[in-house]
Design a protein around this ligand. Sequence first.
Ligand code: HEC
Length: 160
Amino acid sequence: MLTIRKNAALVAACLLTASAATYAASDWLKGTPEQQLKTLAELQPGLGTVMIEYANRFTTMYYAAHGGNWPMADYQLKEMREIQEVGETTRPGRAAMLKAFESSHLDKLAETIKAKDLKKFNAAFKSAAEGCNGCHAANDFAFIKYQLPKSALSPTSAKP
Ligand code: HEC
């Protein structure tokens, strides 16, 4: 009985510490609700952060297709569209070009993934990668040149 009580006290102490920690974590958010919203908005990922995820998913999509894991390739492509939307929202000036890239390259890739056609996928991937770098060059970021890594970034690409 005593042990149970002791344990209960321990659990309660842990819960208290946890909620105290949660409070402390948002203590940095200062000012009026409007100011707090502005602070939060400014912390949303810009295009550079979005692009890191975009590129990783692009690479994983490639290796998934090559590993015969077409559902994974499809999933990565859908997630590229999702993260792209974040970029379109936080950097509206780039939205039109991102949308153009999506309709000319991601839609094409989606067709080849649906058809599980590796030859057509490869051609669409090559032209999409040129599209990535074309957009970088057009926006004064010619030094950002996507290159396919020599191996998959994670072992999840292989066929399950
Ligand atoms: C709308 C034009 C556009 C398209 C399309 C585009 N990018 Fe980008 N990308 C940019 C811009 C602009 C930056 C610079 C980010 C910034 O504004 O700080 C960038 C940055 C990057 C970076 C560097 C991120 C970092 O900070 O380390 C990578 C990697 C990248 N892009 C990969 C890709 C890949 C892969 C694709 C295609 C699947 C792609 N991009 C398509 C515009 C584009």
